[in-house]
Ligand binder design. Structure first.
Ligand SMILES: C[S@@+](CC[C@H](N)C(=O)[O-])C[C@H]1O[C@@H](n2cnc3c(N)ncnc32)[C@H](O)[C@@H]1O
Length: 282
């Protein structure tokens, strides 16, 4: 089923170079043109680090510890929220991202908290070209995987995450509940959820169809930015993960094991070879 919704077209006054027909921009590489320096500078107002830390509690830390993880590769570091949290909790963290503006901001954010980030600029599709060594865990959080527009890019990136994990490593990845958005149900709670918690910004979907979710981020200083994303369906993501080799996938909704119609899904995918599992999805 293809559902097309047009949420009233709004201001285009941003500097992100989407061109005259922004809904036609459906390319994996375009994230580089989206995370421009001024958007990177505002990203933390969208997140609100304190509110986000409170909303997620120790969810990720608990899962990492339950899996015995010590070394963590944050592949979507962004401005560093999870890298900083995990460093403070004593994990051994490498912070990667394809976008230099976001990485520079992450490094500065960590420095301001007396921490040094070990950063690496790396695109997920070629992760193992730039990242050496193996990790207990890979995290890809904050609705990041959604930036991949081609199926082969999603498969390749998952394969790269798989390859950089130790034999019993774990991948933790989240995404918005796009199923709900595609089906026309309550789009986003004005973006005030448990991931993007900032009060200073209005988040709204501007265009949604099976191949694109275009979101507008309007800040109180009148600046407006957009992200074009691929709307990942819950079942599709789980299937892809299992097809690249993850044998056990446990999913959560809004940090809960029992969930119904959450804002965000979180998948915990285990690499370990299991002789005892006849079903891959839990
Ligand atoms: C939505 S932000 C999330 C950042 C952070 N994890 C958070 O939760 O705040 C997505 C991040 O993924 C990065 N990204 C998108 N596509 C990428 C790719 N193909 N390779 C590497 N990084 C990518 C972007 O540069 C951006 O920093």
């Amino acid at each position: 089923m293809t559902s097309i919704q047009d949420y009233s077209s709004s201001t285009q006054g941003d500097n992100q170079n989407f061109g005259a027909s922004p809904e036609t921009v459906r390319e994996t590489d375009h994230y580089q043109a989206e995370y421009i320096e001024e958007f990177a500078d505002r990203w933390d107002r969208l997140i609100d680090w304190d509110a986000r830390a409170q909303a997620e509690g120790d969810f990720f830390i608990r899962i990492l510890r339950e899996h015995g993880a010590r070394s963590v590769l944050d592949v979507a570091t962004g401005t560093g929220f999870h890298s900083v949290r995990l460093l403070r909790e004593g994990f051994d963290v490498v912070s990667a991202d394809g976008n230099p503006n976001m990485l520079a901001r992450a490094f500065r954010n960590a420095r301001n908290r007396d921490l040094l980030l070990r950063t690496a600029q790396a695109d997920w599709r070629f992760l193992n070209r730039d990242i050496h060594g193996l990790f207990d865990a890979v995290i890809c959080l904050g609705n990041s995987f959604t930036h991949l527009f081609k199926e082969r890019d999603r498969r390749k990136s998952l394969a790269e995450y798989y390859a950089v994990l130790k034999h019993n490593g774990v991948l933790i990845m989240d995404h918005r509940n796009y199923d709900r958005l595609l089906e026309g149900g309550g789009a986003v709670r004005n973006g005030k959820g448990n991931v993007y918690c900032g009060e200073d910004v209005e988040v709204a979907p501007e265009h949604v169809d099976e191949g694109l979710a275009r979101f507008r981020y309007a800040f109180s200083d009148s600046s407006t930015y957009h992200l074009n994303m691929f709307p990942l369906r819950y079942g599709y993501v789980r299937r892809l993960m299992s097809e690249v080799g993850f044998q056990k996938i446990t999913s959560f909704g809004d940090y809960q094991r029992d969930f119904e119609n959450p804002d965000f899904y979180i998948h915990v995918a285990e690499k370990e070879y299991r002789f005892d599992v006849d079903t891959t999805m839990h």
